[in-house]
Design a protein around this ligand. Structure first.
Ligand code: PMP
Length: 331
């Protein structure tokens, strides 16, 4: 026996880095996916959740096994991580989510005992936007607001864990890192850790349509066009504070169809069930690898699992209605 996690918090991270066979063969590179769907809450956001809550404990805002409440606005995964981590410390969680997010994530949040508040999707400038709504709610309740978009503990969690793990798991043999951004915590923290070890590591932001971050990296101006079925990634109008200052070298934009093709292929040909943002990240890694040429190692993030989106990404009628590809074995 080499490692026994003491609890949920201790079981977060230390995820495998998995060689993606088809992507590697297609590019002549080693394309490696960090298996974040293997975290105990099922996503990369478990790391941010315990980073943020750990910081709140350090600041005396929460005390383990004393009454306390955390409030957050989220596309779902951060809420899941926060709610489970809070359960493990005897705290309550109030989670604000736009009702457009997948039914699976909403059902799961209820199942794990989060006080779920659904809101209509609104622009960021609107007081009813889920982030603004959650901030107000935390103030009214006198609760801790996790503030994943503005809390530096988010990126720090990835700098001290995700980035360090990738460096160790590759033995320093990493040429590029790419992933999409919701808060940007994963990209910023991981990029900082890798660049501190090897400044030449190329960091590429991957962005869905409907997000303005691609144009922000390319031109300095946030400008969005189109839309995407992916959840938890992309920002239409504003660069999150957590992403500001990240050492980014380039950006790629990936369509939903390209992301889905990767989700389906990873599942059917490699046994890896991942969600839309992970598919998008793998498509981006292939783009980056083709740009670098054969012989390089490109790392990306498999943010969460496919079961979280079964009713959408693996639902042929839903996909056909949107003119998107359908998994051949379900057609
Ligand atoms: N993928 C999914 C499925 C997510 O839920 C999130 C977080 N909202 C991300 C990717 C992006 O992670 P980050 O907030 O660290 O940018």
């Amino acid at each position: 026996m080499t490692f026994v996690a003491t609890d949920f918090w201790d079981a977060v991270g230390k995820t495998p880095l998995i060689r993606l066979r088809r992507a590697s063969e297609e590019t002549g590179c080693e394309i490696l996916g960090k298996a974040e769907f293997m975290n105990p809450g099922g996503s990369v956001k478990d790391r941010a959740a315990i980073g943020i809550l750990g910081e709140a404990v350090k600041r005396g805002l929460l005390t383990p096994f004393q009454p306390g409440t955390v409030v957050e606005g989220t596309a779902g995964n951060t809420g899941i991580g926060l709610a489970l981590a809070a359960n493990a410390r005897g705290w309550k969680s109030v989670i604000v989510v736009p009702r457009t997010q997948s039914q699976e994530k909403l059902d799961f949040l209820r199942m794990i005992g989060a006080d779920l508040r659904l809101v209509d999707p609104k622009p960021l400038a609107d007081p009813g936007h889920y982030v603004n709504f959650s901030r107000r709610l935390a103030e009214e309740m006198g609760a801790v607001w996790a503030n994943q978009f503005g809390n530096s503990a988010n990126a720090l969690a990835h700098e001290t864990t995700t980035g360090v793990e990738i460096w160790e798991q590759t033995g320093g043999k990493v040429d590029a890192f790419t992933c999409s951004c919701g808060t940007g915590g994963t990209l910023h923290g991981t990029a900082r850790a890798l660049k501190a070890k090897k400044p030449g590591v190329k960091v590429v932001l991957a962005d869905p349509h409907g997000s303005g971050l691609y144009s922000w990296v390319k031109t300095g101006t946030v400008s969005a066009e189109g839309n995407s079925i992916t959840e938890g990634i992309g920002q239409a109008s504003k660069v999150p504070a957590v992403l500001e200052g990240a050492p980014i070298d380039d950006a790629v934009r990936i369509s939903d169809a390209e992301a889905l093709e990767q989700c389906f292929s990873l599942l059917k040909e490699e046994g890896l069930s991942v969600g839309g943002s992970a598919g998008l990240n793998v498509a981006a890694a292939i783009r980056v690898a083709k740009d670098l040429g054969p012989g390089h190692t490109v790392v990306t993030v498999l943010c969460d699992g496919g079961a979280r989106y079964q009713s959408k990404l693996f639902n042929p009628p839903w996909l056909r209605e949107r003119g998107l590809p359908v998994p051949s074995w379900l057609a």
